[in-house]
Design a protein around this ligand. Sequence first.
Ligand SMILES: [Zn+2]
Length: 213
Amino acid sequence: MVATTERVLDPAQAIYDYVLPARQPWSKVITKGQVLRIVDLEGNQAVDTLIYNAHDPSERYSAPDTVVRQGNIFITTGTQLISNLGNVLMTVIADTCGRHDTLGGACSMESNSVRYGLHKKHLHACVENFLLELSKYGLHKRDLVSNINFFMNVPVTADGRLEIVDGISAPGKYVDLRAEMDVMVLISNCPQINNPCNAYNPTPIRLLVWDAA
Ligand SMILES: [Zn+2]
């Protein structure tokens, strides 16, 4: 059983409202106090996400620090997203899905080749999306770290194995992230078609930003 929380925010009051097509990368600076909502428009769409300090991108999201700080491997309402310097980048303030992954990593040409065969090598993948978008900021491969997979269901079995299975998300589910410092949020709207993370069908997401209340 996963707990969910809603939050009343009026899309008409948003200062930014954009539908990111399936398979595409995206990034935006979210200033301290602003709220970013990620909406899983059609359901079961993995949203690979990284977060950087907007003023010094050498400070960035840290999956291990986030897991240790929460004492939990899943991300949901109340989770503080922690940087490699131990600072809070963003806080999850609402979540109608209930659980998000930060262990499964991002798909890449290499992982697609190993997992699904060499003939899958040239399928578009999240790592390529990340690199393309990072290049706009003068950042590159060494700036990639383990990411968050919003709406992706990666249960961990009793003996510690990770699985990638059908999602627990559904059309219209969303997660709200409040910036605790000025951050740059980087997204790959995952193009994966070889496992159930996107229900074998990559779909668009909606991104909204509200100013600090
Ligand atoms: Zn992916």
